[in-house]
Design a protein around this ligand. Sequence first.
Ligand code: M6R
Length: 612
Amino acid sequence: MCGIVGYVGKKDAVEVLLEGLKKLEYRGYDSAGIAVIIDKELHIRRSVGKLCNLEENLAKNPLSISARIGIGHTRWATHGRPSEENAHPHTDSTKNIGIVHNGIIENYVELRSKLEKNGKNFKSETDTEVIAHLIKKHYNNNLLNAVQKTLSELGGSYALGIICMNEPDKILCARHNAPLIIGVGKGENFIASDILALLPYTREMIFLENGDIAEITADKIVIKDIKDNNITTREIKSVRWDAMQAKKDGYKHFMLKEIFEQPRTIEDTFRGRIYPDEGKVHIEEVKLKEKDIKKISNIYIVACGTSYHSALVSKFLFENFTRIPTEVDIASEFRYRAPILNENILVVVISQSGETADTLAALRFAKSRNCQTLAVCNVVGSTMSREAMYVIYTYCGPEIGVASTKAFTGQLTILYILALDWAYKRETLAKNELKTYLKELWEVPVKISKFLKNTEFVNDIAKLFAHKRDFLYLGRHVNHPVALEGALKLKEISYIHAEGYAAGEMKHGPIALVDESMPIVVIAVKSKVYEKIISNIEEAKARGATIIAVANESDKEIKHKSDHVIYVPKTDEFVSPLITVVPLQLLAYYIAVLLGRDIDQPRNLAKSVTVE
Ligand code: M6R
């Protein structure tokens, strides 16, 4: 959730840290801070609220000279409200040690009370501050040693960056169940919670593993095992993303840019993996042979938020095409409901970040039950991508808007390809059908581009409804999860209450909510359930609702049944979520803009939820 950065080298450390924090701000934005060492003295600046407040603070209280080493943090509060005292970096009582932390120290109450009994004064309500006091307690002219001793006392999760004024040329970092990456430079090195903060400086990265502790100077990186102190070798990986992808590119918000990027990101995700003319699919990453695919008895798909919605769509794909019984679970529930698992079951985890704590825990749970595991991730080198048996990447590039958009369509693209490929291999789908479905997918980017050419009318609809207090979203079959996703998008960025429902469920309760003040967004594209959804529209209209239908361009009747129509190009019903979701993303976006909301960093949210 929180973002951490660190720098040691010849550049102005404050500039590098602020630049890195800007890239990480989407992970949390309750408060931010930096600590640097100048002339063997620790200097700290912290501010509540967004990063711009920290920048103002630094402008008012500048450092006397440039620092060459430092750490920084952007916070998403877990323990302790957002305040300057609770903002990171934290220090020990003598201000010797500076520390930034992402994660949760679960035994901090016990540790804190012991330290307080021994006379330590705490300045914050955070779990993190105990770490600074413990390091100081164990410090005997060897920071590495002191940190190792401290870590052996901690329970919970951490990614840590630590500096000490007695050893002013090094950063120590360690990880356990929270992501941490080292950026490898020339005469300089970096640490960060994710790739984005490092891209402006280097593409050479080391992804630390749980149990790693690293000692980093400008010229050297030494990684050790926290427990036995043995040196560990970790591969330096070259990352494909480039810094330009993480810029707004003339768009007002990242979310809008990411919505408009979808034709390209979908194409990038399927290019080289599907060949419609030949009816061929090539997914290099999954080394399952035909006989192994035939052996899969059940699929469980586990995810959170938007990724959970793409999982719900893919249940239809896997069951319809492969005939493998498929269940979908919310990751935070999965391991607590005692699912029946064994080695013939494939557990698929879907996660843009590859770091979501609950999804990661579900993956580990599945592994502990001997299941085969597959991760669908966007972030290269993320924890899930490394821990799952197989990983398939969506090639969406960095998604920075907290509201997920292009990751959803990227995930659907992968899941669609996978379901078709396995269906063919399991002989539940004929070659000509495979070709037809692949062609449908191939045409999706062009169809979305066509839709995105004129979006002004979606904005016009937004203007009519931005003042509403509640919204309903209805869909059936594969478009039921899209209704859920449309409602989630509206909720999270506009703060308007919205519910997604399976349209057929309306008369079992929710229809009681319907009156003249209720806008209902209905996904009514042509499919086997088209007639049914039209009946659901009639039922809602009869109770005074205002209907905004998402329908196919060829549908001449729909305008007589609804108040507003958003027309989208026609496609096969199983592929349709890739297209129907786009107007819903845009509608939420335009409404939130009209309400003056913080689009890319909505209140109370963070991009990756790395705590349970
Ligand atoms: O990185 P992940 O895909 O695992 O993230 C899952 C959810 O936290 C994420 O989709 C969240 O719901 C987004 N804010 C939705 O827009």
